[in-house]
Design a binder for this molecule. Structure first.
Ligand code: ADP
Ligand code: TRP
Length: 335
């Protein structure tokens, strides 16, 4: 049986954190075993904010290296860089004819961007959802692992696809958001007890895959705690629950059980717990960091991965664009 096609874009923001790892990458790693996956770095999308060319390139390399070091396997999934598959831009142009100014202006992420960057409201920003639709439809994907914030974009991709199918003939399937059965993906809380770990959070409250051993231990040592429970079976405050949550991801079950008991008996010493968590976290993160550094050193390897992935992606992309153009009448050679 043919495997179902999965497509997702990774923004080249570089420096991934533990939230990205457990909330997104791990999910991709599971999917690459079961589906025909296309994962790409969305470098064209990031041009809307005019990044420095050198920085953009470094960020693309870093995000690729961190994903591969975390376990994304270029032999299992098709890993590519969006700009290296020019069919993306071609399909984007074709789809632009089916996207209306009014509906694009209504997209909440566009309105948000207008508020944030009044001085740079370019057409690329307005048509961001069209480019995203092109990414998805290019491989005729049915499944698109994305967070809630991307659901509106996904719905627009479905609308453009339906309009195309209606006007020119059936070509595109209906793409659905999904996270492979794990409806409640883990949310990794920030170490200062304030919201989730995120790039926009204070750096000391977020654990990065690039953090050194010393940084990891220091950040965990500073994590928010309190005097501890005074009566048995006190419910855990969020920030304590979060430390236990982190432990559940990286520590041995018997270690967690011991601290859990200590908490319930009001005997917990958060200093000890953080020391243990720090060690286990270093054990978890440092091999990923080292592997990332090795990959980044080996530019030839990264170039090879990008070339190989893009060639594979272009096969599927070219077939779709050819069909689309044929249906639209943009076809001048007898077969
Ligand atoms: P950030 O919030 O740091 O800017 P992104 O918005 O770029 O991260 O998110 C990239 C992916 O990582 C998304 O799939 C998102 O759901 C996931 N993610 C980000 N932060 C967390 C977190 N703290 N816990 C779980 N998943 C997260
Ligand atoms: N817009 C997505 C984000 O901000 C990234 C993205 C671009 C994407 N193209 C995509 C995600 C296609 C899924 C499918 O995270």
């Amino acid at each position: 049986m043919e495997k179902e096609i999965v497509v997702s874009g990774i923004r080249p923001t570089g420096y991934l954190h533990l939230g990205n790892y457990f909330g997104a990458i791990l999910n991709f790693i599971k999917m690459q075993e079961k589906y025909d996956c296309y994962f790409f770095v969305a470098d064209l999308h990031s041009l809307t904010t005019h990044p420095e060319p050198k920085h953009l390139k470094e960020s693309v390399y870093r995000v690729l290296a961190e994903n591969i070091a975390s376990g994304l396997d270029p032999e299992k999934a098709t890993l590519y860089v969006q700009s290296q598959v020019p069919e993306t831009a071609e399909l984007y142009l074709l789809l632009n004819m089916l996207a209306y100014k009014g509906e694009l202006e209504k997209v909440p992420t566009f309105k948000e961007k207008i508020r944030q960057h009044k001085e740079n409201i370019n057409a690329g920003l307005l048509t961001y959802p069209v480019l995203m639709a092109a990414d998805i439809l290019l491989h005729r994907a049915k499944k698109v692992p994305v967070g809630k914030d991307q659901q509106q974009h996904l719905e627009m991709a479905r609308n453009f696809a339906a309009r195309f199918n209606h006007r020119y003939g059936n070509l595109f399937p209906e793409a659905q958001g999904f996270n492979d059965g794990s409806e409640d993906l883990v949310k990794i809380g920030s170490l200062n007890g304030d919201g989730k770990m995120s790039k926009s959070q204070h750096e000391s409250a977020t654990l990065y895959l690039a953090d050194s051993d010393v940084q990891i231990i220091k950040k965990i040592k500073k994590a928010k705690t309190d005097a501890g429970p005074q009566t048995p079976n006190t419910p855990k405050p969020d920030y304590i629950q979060n430390l236990f949550g982190l432990m559940s991801l990286v520590s041995a079950p018997e270690v967690i059980e011991q601290f859990e008991k200590n908490y319930q008996n009001c005997e917990i010493r958060y200093g000890d717990m953080k020391k243990q968590l720090g060690e286990d976290m270093v054990h978890f993160i440092s091999p990923i960091r080292k592997r990332t550094d090795e990959i980044l050193e080996d530019t030839a390897y990264l170039e090879k991965i990008i070339k190989q992935g893009s060639e594979k992606a272009r096969e599927s992309a070219a077939a779709t664009v050819k069909e689309a153009k044929k249906l639209m009448g943009l076809y001048y050679q007898a077969p």
